[in-house]
Design a protein around this ligand. Structure first.
Ligand code: SAM
Length: 461
């Protein structure tokens, strides 16, 4: 989850392994699909239902206590909107530390490098990334079942996720085009990380290779992706240079995300605990939230497998291809020069629109593309809105914006139609709902921006 300051990862059918078929009602609730959850939530209404007395959560608490965890005012519960999360049993005031996890309960790269698998991890070629190393560790510990020191933690982890890697091809094709392309890149990245591990273990660690498969790898990968916290570890000569800043923190990783939560998270070198302080206040029995960072919904979906409604970070991104389309349609001249200026000023990424209309970056790009030779000589004036003859330039820039928006709108409508054509037999309801919500968000942003752009009038400027 990589919290604001510093947290991030499906349970697969691993039942061929000892102790893998731990029955968790609550996991079943979490993973039985959206319609089941909807009925379940309707039944429970809007009250949170404590699940602290589930066997596996009692075991977790006992194991944590044995390892130095002190009592917390937070307890696991099922919430209407978010599923399992943590609720407070007492009033919380701004500035309070809400959770404190002792170092010995954290899983970091150091845990891996000091574990029984340290020799093989250190000899891995090419070197493992921190996330790969922790994934290998988790899979290894999982296969040990009750013999694992981490058994009680592993037993409460979700068995599956709603991230793109769990989507079938037909489900992926329902996603908005911009989300689809990011999802495909992410899937490719994870498959490469898997292949690296598979080929080394095949040659050098048969015991692991015999239990290792793509299903348990994607589970471990997403346990880390969705639940790890930011924890600056020392760099190790045995691991690749990827940032070594992840740790799994049992119990703390049951905190759900809200973009409104104000928290501070980090390792306290005096208490040797990973702590979270909240600057919000909570009444007893309310869900306590943290912020995983200022993420928009496509990021939340790709990295964590969920979205939040009314997310203030939501945007629709245009690509360089969209700009090239404008160039061809409007025969934009001085193209190379304009693109060079924009590149030098780092203005070619995040060309976005939001419910508030065009971003400053996109508007600056469109105005630049609309400039003539003389205006381009004094390009910097754009930063003070003092370009000579700016009205004409802006009128042309608005035509560019309308064209971009029109094309995006047509492509959105095409995408929407797909959901009616695709056979529903192959689509999981939860995946369908996520894709439809992402399309709906995109539609809202596009239609609002079209309205804003159509209402712009430069006559009086
Ligand atoms: C760090 S875990 C939080 C605890 C998790 N709900 C559990 O039961 O263990 C992150 C995962 O929780 C879920 N989640 C977090 N915040 C959420 C929210 N605001 N709405 C819905 N699901 C959320 C997502 O599945 C995400 O991948």
């Amino acid at each position: 989850m990589h919290t604001q300051n510093g947290t991030h990862y499906t349970w697969i059918s691993m039942s061929k392994y000892p102790n893998a078929n731990i029955a968790h009602d609550q996991h079943q609730q979490l993973h039985r699909g959206r319609s089941f959850r909807k009925r379940y939530r309707k039944k429970i209404g809007s009250r949170p239902i404590s699940c602290a007395n589930k066997d596996e959560l009692i075991e977790l608490r006992k194991w944590m206590k044995k390892n130095g965890f002190e009592k917390s005012c937070l307890e696991p519960a099922i919430f209407n909107e978010t599923g399992r999360g943590l609720m407070t049993k007492k009033k919380i005031l701004p500035g309070e530390i809400i959770i404190s996890i002792p170092e010995q309960l954290l899983i970091t790269t150091r845990t891996v490098l000091q574990s029984e698998i340290h020799d093989i991890v250190k000899s891995w070629t090419p070197k493992l990334s921190p996330q790969q190393a922790i994934a290998v560790f988790l899979i290894w510990e999982f296969t040990k079942g009750r013999q694992s020191h981490w058994f009680q933690y592993i037993a409460v982890l979700p068995m599956s996720f709603a991230t793109p890697l769990y989507f079938k091809k037909a489900e992926l094709s329902l996603l908005p085009v911009s989300v689809y392309s990011k999802a495909v890149k992410e899937i490719q990245k994870i498959k490469t990380a898997y292949n690296d591990i598979a080929s080394f273990s095949k040659e050098h660690w048969k015991e692991f290779h015999d239990v290792f498969n793509f299903n348990n790898f994607r589970w471990a990968w997403y346990v880390i992706n969705t639940r790890s916290v930011f924890f600056k570890g020392e760099n190790s000569e045995y691991l690749s240079c990827d940032k070594n800043d992840i740790a799994l923190a049992p119990f703390l990783d049951m905190l759900n995300h809200s973009s409104h939560a104000n928290i501070q998270a980090g390792f306290n070198h005096t208490t040797h605990c990973y702590e979270i302080k909240t600057f919000d206040k909570y009444k007893p029995y309310e869900q306590v939230f943290i912020s995983y960072g200022p993420h928009n919904n496509s990021h939340l979906f790709i990295e964590y497998g969920f979205i939040t409604l009314g997310n203030p970070q939501d945007v629709y991104d245009f690509s360089y291809d969209d700009l090239e389309h404008l160039r061809d349609l409007f025969h934009v001249d001085l193209w190379e020069k304009k693109i060079n200026i924009l590149r030098e000023n780092s203005l070619l990424q995040s060309l976005s629109i939001s419910l508030e209309g065009l971003s400053w970056k996109l508007w600056t790009v469109l105005q630049t593309l609309a400039m003539d030779w003389n205006q381009l000589q004094k390009w910097n004036l754009i930063l003070q809105d003092k370009v000579e003859g700016r009205n004409e330039m802006k009128v042309l820039a608005i035509s560019f914006a309308k064209s971009l928006l029109q094309r995006a709108w047509s492509s959105h409508l095409e995408q929407e139609k797909k959901s009616h054509i695709i056979s529903l037999a192959d689509i999981q309801e939860e995946h369908m709902n996520l894709a439809m919500s992402l399309l709906e968000i995109q539609k809202k942003i596009l239609s609002e921006t079209i309205r804003i752009v159509n209402s712009i009038n430069f006559d009086s400027t």
